[in-house]
Design a protein around this ligand. Structure first.
Ligand code: IMP
Length: 445
């Protein structure tokens, strides 16, 4: 038997870029920037609950379902099987991008195995979120959770069936009637015209059909022919259905493991994982948040960092960098390197608290408790680092950062145990520092 010679895989590496906190870490800009080096950019989970703004020159692009790679002409963008797709939202997003000059239809492939969100999924969500005997999760109200429930309950409608009129006609009635019965049982009197939805969605199916294919085959063939794929995570690891702060999570696998199931690509084809983290931390919606700054410092970060949800406009809860949380998400994802975003938001502070450990039942720990009560019981242990009180926005060389900003970054790197390979200093592509010689630089190739 003959063995192939071992060759370094860096130039053909496929990587994952995902959120290391509770989402909104600024992944959109990073994926857009890094996608220059890749042939394909693929989403593997979530839906239009995600949302980010990418600024290129004087143009502002808002992406929810479509991977950020779409903004680079000629790149293949993929919506993988792990997503849930509201066809109306997809068409709206395509049209908005087309008016900005993006040739979406020639670049985008949509998985025939992804699931379809219908308007009645939002009604089911309303039932769950408004019951007086239940703690609301504070969802984005996009029907994401109920659609995943149908997927796991094996009664969902997949894109492949949706664009096939016969299959759609067969499957739609059962699903819609189920939901209507549920709404009635819970006294939701919102009128739902199931026939009108069916007609509207049948028309949307016609428009989506030309983009539909087996994206797992597309991705594996691309990889097989030497093309490079960047997998783009949505939300963040702490919102992952398994590894996040359950039940205050989204309903999909946002962590790196989700790539394999949500894109149909084996783990042996993934060569690196990059975590994106803010220099502080934010969260939208309900749920425990150990380092939340409920005082005027939190307000200040919200204002300076413009911390309002891209999808819902809700004010984000703001707090301090959480080392144990980052160590946990690094463990679950196997981060090779970190991208730190929004460092400049801290520019004006005299000193900056960083949570270096959790105190739980009087004992210090670096571990993330699994239960809701466990996370709620955390008392963060803070160390305060001196602020730099100098503008860092737009700095493009590490040496040009103030010494105290560099010390802050080094502290985060030492305590989390993960290399900081990239620092984003503003929303524009060129407002970025890639650390020379870093693992991240090598993975980008
Ligand atoms: P869902 O994904 O709409 O079901 O919402 C579940 C939880 O995830 C809520 O706390 C949302 O605020 C949060 N969430 C969902 N998508 C995002 C996101 O893209 N960024 C930040 N939080 C998100």
């Amino acid at each position: 038997m003959r063995y192939n010679k071992l060759v370094p895989h860096f130039n053909m590496s496929n990587i994952v870029v995902l959120g290391a906190q509770w989402g909104d870490e600024g992944k959109g800009k990073i994926v857009d920037l890094f996608s220059e080096r890749f042939d394909v950019v693929a989403r593997y989970q979530g839906g239009h609950n995600a949302g980010h703004t990418v600024r290129i020159g004087d143009k502002k692009f808002i992406l929810k379902l479509i991977p950020s790679g779409i903004l680079r002409p000629g790149k293949q963008a993929v919506i993988g099987n792990g997503l849930v797709i509201d066809p109306a939202a997809l068409i709206d997003e395509i049209e908005a991008l087309e008016t900005l000059g993006i040739d979406v239809r020639s670049q985008l492939a949509v998985s025939n195995r992804a699931h379809v969100i219908f308007p009645f999924h939002r009604i089911v969500e309303k039932i769950a979120e408004s019951r007086p005997d239940r703690v609301a999760i504070g969802t984005t109200s996009r029907g994401i959770g109920p659609c995943y429930e149908d997927k796991v309950g094996r009664r969902g409608i997949r894109i492949g069936e949706f664009v096939d009129p016969e299959s759609f006609a067969c499957l739609y009635g059962y699903l819609a009637e189920d939901k209507q019965a549920l709404a009635r049982a819970f006294g939701i009197d919102e009128p739902v015209d199931l026939q009108a939805i069916r007609q509207q969605y049948a028309q949307l199916a016609e428009r989506i059909r030309p983009m539909v294919c087996d994206t797992a085959a597309l991705l594996n063939n691309a990889i097989g022919s030497g093309k490079r794929v960047l997998f783009e995570g949505a939300q963040g690891t702490m919102l992952d259905i398994d590894h996040g702060t359950y039940p205050f999570v989204t309903s999909s696998s946002a962590a790196a493991g989700g790539v394999c199931t949500g894109a149909g690509v084996p783990p042996t084809k993934i060569h690196g994982v990059l975590g994106v983290s803010k220099a502080y931390i934010t969260r939208v919606g309900g749920g425990p948040f150990p380092t939340e700054a409920k005082d005027e410092m939190g307000e200040r970060i919200r204002k300076v960092g413009n911390e309002y949800g891209a999808v819902t406009g809700r004010p984000r809860r703001c707090g301090w960098f959480d080392v144990p949380l980052l160590r946990y998400t690094a463990m679950v994802n196997g981060f090779d390197s970190l991208v730190i975003t929004k460092l400049d938001v801290l520019d004006e502070l005299d000193d900056i608290p960083v949570c270096t450990a959790y105190r739980v039942d009087g004992r210090e720990s670096l571990e993330m408790p699994a239960t809701r009560r466990g996370v709620e019981a955390i008392e963060p242990v803070f160390e305060r680092l001196p602020g730099w009180r100098t503008r860092t926005a737009g700095v493009t060389r590490y040496e040009d950062l103030p010494v105290r900003a560099r010390n802050y970054l080094r502290f985060l790197q030492d305590r989390t145990g993960v290399e900081i390979g990239c620092i984003s200093t503003g929303p524009e592509r060129d407002q970025t520092i890639v650390m020379p010689g870093s693992k991240l630089e090598k993975l980008l190739g």
